[in-house]
Structures are given as C-alpha cells and as structure tokens.
Design a protein around this ligand. Structure first.
Ligand SMILES: [Ca+2]
Length: 187
C-alpha cells in the first residue's frame, strides 16, 4: 500500500513536471521576432495592416526599414530602421503582427536594440494595443551599442498587435523580439 502511494506520488510529480515543461514556451509567441526571415508574414498583420506594405508610413513620414545581415545579435539578420522625419502629429512609420494572448494575463516583451542619433526617448517604441496606448518598450535617446530592453503588459482582450512604431529621427536596429507569458518565467 505504502509502495503504491509512493508510485502514485512519483507519477503525479512526473505529470506535474510535464505540465511545467509544456507551460514554458520553447519559442516566443511572436513569429520572426529575430527578423532572420526578412519582413514577410506574420509581419504585416493586425489592425491597419491590410492593403498596406508590411512597413508603411503616415503623413509623409520618410522612414525606411532594411534587413541588416552585418550586425545581428541573434541569427543572421536584424531589423534596421532609418527615420529622417522629425516628431509631428500623425507622422510615423510602423509595422505590426497580431498574436493570440490570454486576456488579463501578464506578458513580458524583450528585445535587443541599438541606436544611432536617436532624437528623443520613445522615438521608437513597441506598442501592443489597438489604441496605441500600451507601450512596454520605448527606446532611449542617443547613440548606444546593443542593449536588451524589457517591459510587461496585459490586455483585457484575446489578441495583441505587436507594433514597431517610429516617431522621431534616428537610426535603430532591433533583434530577437520576444513575447513570453510572465508567469511561465516564474517556474
Ligand atoms: Ca536576428
């Protein structure tokens, strides 16, 4: 009897360990967050993306994006954004991809960033909601080598539009953008 209980408890521990390993994502929720596959899908999805180029400009913004294969911190490529347009109302360049999330669950966003003459704090940000109000990542002003930034968010809906938004002058590089459920990191 006692031996059987031990076996049952070992089995439950094994099942528990399996559940934890399933709960921790082997990869991020976001697709091609390392930009090694270029600018294709799933970039170019979510609100406002339909019928537009993957990276698109508003109100005459002259921002451009490139896949840079010389400076990546993860894989072979990083995203390089060049924006010569100063901050002004509705002047921005952007691209997004929609991911599925659990409503009100906390998520962590991490990304490697590099800056050259970034004009202002938040000249480039990562936005996650449809109203563009929730911005877990905002790049600092100035010039800096590869730096890892992180932030958290939760939304009351079942999806997030992970949006890269350029709103002021400067050059930035992004790599290895990841979205991970925060509680999965705590096991
Ligand atoms: Ca990469």
């Amino acid at each position: 009897m006692c031996r059987r209980l031990v076996l049952v408890s070992r089995l439950l521990i094994a099942i528990g360990a399996l559940a934890v390993s399933i709960a921790v994502p082997a990869d991020a929720l976001i697709g091609n967050g390392g930009f090694n596959a270029g600018l294709g899908p799933p970039w170019g999805t979510g609100l406002y993306s339909e019928g537009r180029p993957v990276w698109w400009n508003s109100q005459g913004c002259r921002s451009e994006v490139f896949i840079d294969e010389a400076v990546a911190v993860e894989g072979l490529a990083a995203l390089h954004i060049v924006n010569p347009s100063a901050r002004a109302a509705q002047v921005y360049g952007t691209m997004a991809q929609r991911i599925a999330i659990e409503p009100n669950r906390p998520y962590r966003v991490t990304v490697w960033v590099r800056g050259l003459d970034v004009a202002s704090a938040g000249a480039l940000s990562v936005v996650v909601d449809e109203a563009w109000q929730v911005r877990p990542i905002a790049l600092p002003a100035g010039s800096y080598a590869w730096t890892r930034l992180s932030g958290t968010f939760s939304l009351p809906v079942d999806h997030a539009d992970i949006r890269i938004l350029a709103e002021d002058t400067g050059e930035v590089w992004l790599d290895d953008l990841q979205i991970i459920p925060l509680d999965a990191l705590l096991y």
